[in-house]
Design a binder for this molecule. Structure first.
Ligand SMILES: Cc1cc2nc3c(=O)[nH]c(=O)nc-3n(C[C@H](O)[C@H](O)[C@H](O)COP(=O)(O)O)c2cc1C
Ligand SMILES: CCCCCCC(=O)C(=O)O
Length: 365
């Protein structure tokens, strides 16, 4: 049966991914409250449609950091995509290029920076960076990304330690022996013992993520690269303001798909305060729980420049490799287009705060 929405592709993935992969991909931290909230929050926002507007021609294109994309929907970094399909990150890069949008490659990918650079061709790609305790390794990642045509560094700041991912621990998740973390040398994780009781893969493998990084580390990164630095994992106006003071030109609001601190707000809830703090001095991106074109519309109305998606890409890979990822992006694009037409918007610029009723009520969550 042809999938008609992301939920159909999610269902396919839940029936076809291995238990091992599912325990890693779909898990949230602790009680998974934030994981659930990410999807539920959109019900608190209503769309205000305008009528009697000619919507026969609709333009979904926009720019991110000065580069054109055909829709305001990009791909979040997700680790280890070969667990979903043998073509992994290569398939994702090809789909992103085909759909003329942006792919973000994870530091913890199962395909190397260089190979994704080649597969991506002239497609827009960003590199997600985890700052390692080994600053020479970090510097090396940055220079590899530059050489391979990545146009920005997405520095993830919400993993000073791994979130507590119970399902992953219970399953005993591990990367199968035929796969490896392609950007690291084979001895980068020496000493990791995945058999340690109550530890889990994430806890063990975070050893290449520096828990001591501060805003000074962000400023240091800015000195070693000509690439734009985007800070991913911001959830407060205070941190957004600090990013602005440090000259950051794009802020990525994220709770890491509910995989880090359980009980934090969704991106949608903090978007208004961050928009207010940023005062158009930086672009604002969001991710977490976007599964429908209407979800994307709501975030754009509240001030996001672009929306990124994580798990749906992994489900799409499982569904049909690169074509499956294209399908996910196509479905969201068509849904966004239809939403815009039904709401009386012919361009992304037409989507404004007055396009929604912002009815978030904490007592109901
Ligand atoms: C399996 C998986 C792996 C992830 N790996 C990374 C990663 O390597 N780096 C990172 O910054 N975020 C990572 N994330 C978080 C995503 O970038 C993104 O914030 C989140 O998945 C968005 O929520 P969604 O999955 O509901 O769309 C990962 C998420 C998942 C589900
Ligand atoms: C938290 C330890 C390493 C995980 C790297 C991938 C990632 O970000 C994730 O959410 O999983």
């Amino acid at each position: 049966m042809q999938p008609l929405c992301i939920r159909d592709i999610e269902q396919f993935a839940s029936e076809n991914l291995s238990k091992n992969a599912l325990s890693y991909y779909n898990v949230g931290a602790d009680d998974e409250e934030t994981l659930r909230d990410n999807v539920e929050i959109f019900k608190r926002i209503r769309i205000r449609p305008r009528m009697l507007i000619d919507v026969t021609n609709v333009d979904l294109s926009t720019t991110i950091l000065g580069r054109k994309i055909e829709m305001p929907i990009g791909i979040s970094p997700t680790a280890m995509q070969k667990l979903a399909h043998p073509d992994g990150e290569i398939a994702t890069a090809q789909a992103a290029k085909f759909m003329k949008t942006c792919m973000t490659l994870s530091t913890y990918s199962t395909t190397s920076i260089e190979d994704v650079g080649v597969a991506s061709g002239d497609g827009l790609r960003w590199f997600q960076l985890y700052v390692s305790p080994d600053r020479e390794l970090t510097r090396n990642f940055v220079h590899r990304a530059e050489r391979s045509g990545f146009k920005a560094l997405v520095v993830t700041v919400d993993v000073p330690v791994a979130g507590n991912r119970r399902k992953e621990i219970r399953q005993g998740f591990d990367l199968p022996p035929h796969l490896h973390l392609a950007n690291f040398s084979s001895n980068s994780f020496k000493g990791v013992d995945t058999e340690v009781e109550n530890s889990g893969w994430s806890n063990n493998y975070q050893m290449q993520i520096d828990g001591s990084i501060t805003w000074e580390s962000i400023s240091w990164l800015q000195t070693i690269t000509s690439l734009q630095v985007i800070v991913k994992g911001i959830l407060t106006a205070e941190d957004a303001s600090e990013a602005i003071r440090r000259g950051i030109k794009a802020i990525w609001i994220s709770n890491h798909g509910g995989r880090q601190l359980d009980g934090v707000p969704t991106a949608i809830e903090v978007l208004p305060e961050i928009v207010e703090a940023v005062k158009e001095q930086a672009e604002i991106y969001v991710d977490g729980g976007f599964r429908l074109g209407t979800d994307v519309f709501k975030a754009l109305a509240l001030g996001a420049r672009a929306v990124f998606i994580g798990r749906p890409i992994l489900w799409g890979l499982c569904y049909n490799g690169s074509d499956g990822v294209k399908k996910v992006l196509q479905l969201l694009k068509e849904e966004l287009q239809r939403t815009m037409q039904l709401a009386g918007c012919t361009s992304i610029g037409d989507i404004t705060p007055s396009s929604v009723i912002y009815a978030i009520n904490f007592s109901k969550i």
